[in-house]
Design a binder for this molecule. Structure first.
Ligand code: 2HG
Ligand code: ZN
Length: 461
C-alpha cells in the first residue's frame, strides 16, 4: 500500500480513525498465535457501517488487502496481518443496538466482547449460551467468524445455532442483510450460515442478531479423577445417560501440573492420569442425591477413582479454573496447538491411535491433552523444549501434524474443531475437506470477494 493510497483513504473518509504508530501496528497486527511478525501498514477503526463500506470500496480501488479484526484472541492466525495489510478493527463498533423481548434476540455490533453479551442477556433474564475462557477479551464478531464452540456445546451447540441475522459488507462494498432475525426462512441458500465460520474471507460483519434462551436450572459442578483413558468415555456415557449435562470437559495430569503452578488450587489429593470437570442440572436435593448415586456407580465400576462436588459457587469456580486456566498456564511454553475433532462414537479408537502416534513422535516433549471430550473435540498442546529453536520446533510439529491429519482423515475427523483454519492449519485443509469441496469454497470466495481483498491467504492460499 502506498502512502498516497492511505492519503486517499483519509480524504474519502475524513472522520475515520487511522493508526500508524509502530506500537499500534504491533498490537493490532497479531492474535494469540505468536508465530508471525506483525507488519500491517495501518489500522483503521471505523465507527459506522458507512465507514466500513467506504474502506472496502477504497481497498478494491487500490487493491489493498484487509484483515478484519476483533478481540484477536484467535489461535489459528486468522487475524494476523504480516504482509502490509490494512487491519480493519471493529473495536469501536462494540455496542448493544437493541433487545427484542418477543423474538428474544439481542442485536449487537461485532466488536462487543462475549462477556458483555452475556451481561446484556442476563439483564433481560435470559442467556446467550455460547461460552469459553476467552469470554472477557474475544469479540462476538470473531466468535461468529470461526463458528466458536467452547464449554457448553454439549448442551447448546456451536455459535452457528445462535445467529438469527447478520449484516455483512461483502467484498464489493455492498451491504447484505442476511436472514433478518427470521426463525423460518425457506427461500433458498442460507448466506447467513455461509458467513458463519468463513474467517473474514467473504465479508466484514457489521451487525449480528443473537438468539437468547432461558437460563438453565441450578447446576452442580463435579471434578472427577479417572484411572485411565478408557474410563473417560465410560464415565461420559454413564453421566450422559443419567444426568442432564451442561458441560463435560477433560484434562490430564500434565495439564493439571501447569495450571496448579499457575496459581489454581488443588481439589483432589493424590495423582491420577485423567480428570473431568462436569456440570449438570441439579435443581433440588433429590437431583443432587441422584447425581451422587451416579458418581457412586462410576466408583463401583472403577471408572472413577476419586471426585469432589462443589459445595459453593466459589468452589465451583475453583473447579472450573482447573480446566479454564490451562491455555493461559501453557502460554509461556510457546505451545504448538492442535484443535481436532472426531465423531463422539469414534473417540475411543481415535484416542488409542493418536496416543501411540504422539508418544512415538514426541518422545522428548511435553504433550498436554485437554478439551471438550463430550463433543469429540481434543486440544493437544505440544510444549516447546527450551533447548529447541522456534523454527526447528515448529518444523517438527508440522511433520507430526501431517501424520495426525492423516489419522484424522481415516477417522473422518476435522483438523479444526472450533479455532478455525487461519494460517496455522491451512496446509492441512485437504485432510478435512475433499478437493471438490475446496474448489467450491474457492468459487464462493471469488463470488463474494472478486478482487481477493478480504483476509487473503487465510483458510487457503
Ligand atoms: C479451550 O478449550 C480453548 O480452552 C483453547 O479452545 C484451547 O489452548 C487451547 O489449545
Ligand atoms: Zn476449546
Amino acid at each position: 500500500m502506498s502512502p498516497q493510497a492511505l492519503a486517499d483513504l483519509s480524504s474519502r473518509l475524513p472522520d475515520l480513525r487511522l493508526l500508524t504508530e509502530p506500537g499500534d501496528l504491533e498490537h493490532y497486527g497479531r492474535d494469540w498465535t505468536r508465530r508471525w511478525t506483525p507488519a500491517p501498514l495501518a489500522i483503521a477503526l471505523p465507527a459506522s457501517i458507512e465507514e466500513v463500506q467506504g474502506i472496502v470500496r477504497w481497498a478494491n480501488d487500490h487493491k489493498v488487502a484487509i484483515v478484519p479484526s476483533g478481540g484477536r484472541t484467535g489461535l489459528s492466525g486468522g487475524a494476523v496481518a504480516a504482509n502490509g495489510e490494512l487491519v480493519l478493527s471493529l473495536a469501536r463498533m462494540n455496542r448493544v443496538l437493541g433487545f427484542d423481548a418477543v423474538d428474544r434476540t439481542l442485536t449487537v455490533q461485532p466488536g462487543i466482547a462475549l462477556e458483555a453479551v452475556h451481561t446484556a442477556a442476563r439483564e433481560h433474564g435470559l442467556i446467550y449460551p455460547v461460552d469459553f475462557a476467552a469470554r472477557g477479551s474475544c469479540s462476538i464478531g470473531g466468535n461468529i467468524a470461526t463458528n466458536a464452540g467452547g464449554i457448553r456445546v454439549i448442551r447448546y451447540g456451536n455459535t452457528r445455532e445462535w445467529i438469527a441475522g447478520l449484516k455483512m459488507v461483502a467484498g464489493n462494498g455492498e451491504l447484505l442483510d442476511l436472514n433478518r432475525g427470521l426463525i423460518k426462512n425457506s427461500s433458498g441458500y442460507d448466506l447467513r450460515q455461509l458467513m458463519i465460520g468463513s474467517e473474514g474471507t467473504l465479508g466484514i460483519m457489521v451487525e449480528a442478531t443473537l438468539r437468547l434462551t432461558d437460563p438453565p436450572p441450578t447446576s452442580q459442578v463435579m471434578l472427577l479423577a479417572l484411572p485411565d483413558m478408557e474410563a473417560l468415555m465410560q464415565v461420559f456415557a454413564l453421566f450422559r445417560a443419567k444426568l442432564s449435562l451442561q458441560a463435560f470437559e477433560f484434562f490430564t495430569d500434565v495439564a493439571l501440573k501447569h495450571v496448579l503452578a499457575h496459581g489454581a488450587q488443588r481439589a483432589i489429593d493424590g495423582d491420577y492420569p485423567y480428570y473431568v470437570v462436569t456440570e449438570f442440572d441439579a435443581a433440588d436435593e433429590r437431583a443432587q442425591e441422584a447425581a451422587l448415586a451416579v458418581f457412586e456407580q462410576g466408583m463401583e465400576q472403577e471408572w472413577i477413582a476419586d471426585g469432589v462436588m462443589a459445595q459453593s459457587e466459589a468452589q465451583a469456580a475453583a473447579l472450573w479454573r482447573l480446566r479454564e486456566g490451562i491455555t493461559e498456564s501453557l502460554a509461556p511454553h510457546k505451545p504448538y496447538k492442535n484443535d481436532i475433532s472426531v465423531r463422539i462414537g469414534a473417540v475411543p479408537a481415535f484416542l488409542h491411535e493418536i496416543q501411540a502416534l504422539l508418544a512415538r513422535e514426541y518422545p522428548q516433549m511435553e504433550v498436554v491433552w485437554f478439551g471438550h471430550i463430550g463433543d469429540g473435540n481434543l486440544h493437544i498442546n505440544v510444549l516447546k523444549p527450551t533447548v529447541l529453536a522456534d523454527t526447528d520446533f515448529i518444523a517438527q510439529c508440522e511433520h507430526v501434524t501431517k501424520l495426525l491429519a492423516e489419522t484424522l482423515q481415516r477417522h473422518g475427523g476435522s483438523i479444526s474443531a472450533e479455532h478455525g483454519i487461519g494460517l496455522v492449519k491451512r496446509a492441512y485443509l485437504e485432510s478435512t475437506r475433499s478437493a471438490a469441496e475446496i474448489a467450491l469454497m474457492r468459487g464462493v470466495k471469488a463470488v463474494f470477494d472478486p478482487n481477493g481483498i478480504l483476509n487473503p491467504g487465510k483458510l487457503f492460499v
